[in-house]
Design a protein around this ligand. Structure first.
Ligand SMILES: Nc1ncnc2c1ncn2[C@@H]1O[C@H](COP(=O)(O)OP(=O)(O)OP(=O)(O)O)[C@@H](O)[C@H]1O
Ligand SMILES: [Mg+2]
Length: 428
């Protein structure tokens, strides 16, 4: 194997930081209480039936083939120079991730070696292999192959040179520049498109269930790709509105109704997306136990501010506050507030979110005329109380209006852009 550096811009030391949110089985929700302990051990082997993602065909390609290659343990040991410490690029709750180079092809890859923790890990391994073999999109990480050699379970992914969003937003070294506003919005849009594909294009739809900043990986141009499909589930089909499931996920990102009831819908992912968008806006972690108790839970802290648009500036990350478009900030906060609605039915569809975010990631050209973004919607009912039907109706109307305004704005913005750009709000 030719010599290559296993060190990378996002190299991490193991063990991971104590404040990182890890995936786990979650206890029943006590929503809005600051959570003092983000780590929960996985204590039970799931008894829920393993979904059958083999059914999850890609509507666009109709491709039902499992394309992932199989590797022997020896091949992956060679690729990672025997899982050498210098090749370690990250560690999650289920195993370590190494940078490697495949001997046969020279391709640089990320190899995730799952801990040998019995059925739980094996089930997630199978779900991940099947889901990622069947689902293909530019905003989903590409699974190159896997190894199931004896007790060893390893996954081989395309290598994402910039690591995770968490590395750049929440966990970056002091000598690194914070992510600028437009990169943040570009990442939000990429993640939204990945979810939109899972919800609207995969058939049956797929609920991702583990959206968080450490699962959004970045290529060299800050294009976002969703990774970690071990918790993904096939969504409801026919007349069903939800699938029931053991409550799994990560503290701070889990929709309150799912945490309360175990009833999983596409809107659970929309909520998690709202949390990630709020992390992008604020530069704060979903759960941060180093803050004062009233600021530890990001969503609880932001809720009162959502109700007062003139306070949206308070949400902006202080590291980039002086360098972001105020109207863009208002728009992004309005989208986050809608996604984080306590009422799942009042949350937008991911396709609405993609439309609303479509033009927030594009830096205005030098000398371009100022672009008018829609004003932030007045008053969101984010109090956490059950919405009355008439309130709900007006909330839905308000949401529709905000999205329509965003679309209209998107359309007028695209007319200002060069003709080479082919996307438009209406085509999304
Ligand atoms: N394909 C990849 N390319 C580059 N780096 C990766 C890749 N996959 C994972 N990583 C790095 O490894 C880290 C750990 O990933 P992993 O999915 O194991 O854990 P996690 O997402 O932090 O937590 P959890 O176990 O809850 O999913 C990521 O945060 C990222 O920095
Ligand atoms: Mg992960």
């Amino acid at each position: 194997m030719s010599c290559f550096s296993c060190f990378s811009s996002h190299e991490k030391k193991a063990p991971r930081r104590a404040n990182s949110a890890r995936r786990a089985q979650l206890p029943p929700a006590v929503h809005k209480e600051p959570v003092s302990q983000p780590h929960r051990p996985v204590t039970e082997i799931p008894r829920t039936k393993t979904p059958a993602p083999a059914e999850a065909a890609n509507k666009e390609t109709g491709n039902n083939n499992i394309a992932a290659q199989t590797f022997t343990f020896r091949e992956l040991a060679t690729a990672t120079r025997n899982f050498r410490q210098e090749c370690l690029i990250g560690e999650g709750g289920f195993g370590r991730v190494y940078k490697g180079r495949l001997e046969k092809t020279g391709q640089v890859v990320a190899v995730k070696q799952l801990d040998r923790n019995g059925l739980q890990g094996n089930r997630e391994f199978l779900v991940e292999v099947l889901m990622l073999s069947l689902l293909h999109h530019q905003n989903l990480v590409n699974l190159i192959g896997y190894c199931a050699d004896g007790e060893q379970r390893l996954l081989v992914y395309e290598y994402m040179p910039l690591g995770s969003l968490e590395d750049h937003l929440l966990d970056f070294p002091p000598d690194q520049q914070p992510l600028d506003w437009y990169k943040r919005m570009k990442i939000a849009l990429g993640a939204a498109k990945g979810l939109e594909y899972l919800h609207d294009k995969a058939n049956p739809p797929v609920i991702y269930r583990d959206l968080k900043s450490s699962n959004i990986l970045l290529d060299k141009d800050f294009n976002a790709k969703l990774s970690d499909f071990g918790l993904a589930k096939l969504g409801p089909t026919g007349d069903k509105t939800h699938v029931s499931s053991r409550v799994m996920g990560t503290y701070g990102y889990c929709a309150p109704e799912y945490q309360r009831t175990g009833q999983l819908t596409l809107k659970s992912d929309v909520y998690s997306f709202g949390v990630v968008l709020l992390e992008l806006i604020t530069g704060r972690r979903a759960i941060d136990t180093t803050r004062n108790s009233e600021e530890q839970n990001l969503v609880s802290w932001a809720h009162p501010i959502f109700k007062e648009p003139h306070r949206y500036g308070e949400l902006a990350d202080p590291l980039i506050k002086g360098d972001l478009p105020v109207r863009g900030l208002n728009q992004a906060v309005a989208v986050a507030a809608m996604c984080l609605n306590e009422e799942a039915s009042a949350r937008p569809l991911m396709s609405d979110v993609v439309t609303a975010l479509s033009f927030l990631g594009t830096e205005p050209e030098h000398g371009a005329t100022a672009i008018s973004l829609p004003s932030p919607p007045i008053e969101h009912n984010m109090s956490g109380a059950q919405a009355k039907p008439e309130d709900e109706e007006s909330m839905i109307k308000e949401r529709e209006r905000a999205v329509a305004e965003a679309m209209e704005w998107g359309g007028s913005h695209s007319r200002h852009k060069t003709k080479s750009r082919s996307t438009s709000a209406s085509s999304l």
